[in-house]
Unconditional design. Structure first.
Length: 30
């Protein structure tokens, strides 16, 4: 992926990480 100065890119990355962590935590909790 090409680096972009737009803050939206960082927001999307943060949300993606949060979603992945939430899924992993959910699977571990189960």
């Amino acid at each position: 992926m090409v680096a972009s100065p737009h803050p939206a890119v960082t927001a999307v990355r943060v949300v993606s990480v949060c979603v992945v962590v939430a899924l992993l935590a959910g699977c571990a909790g189960s």
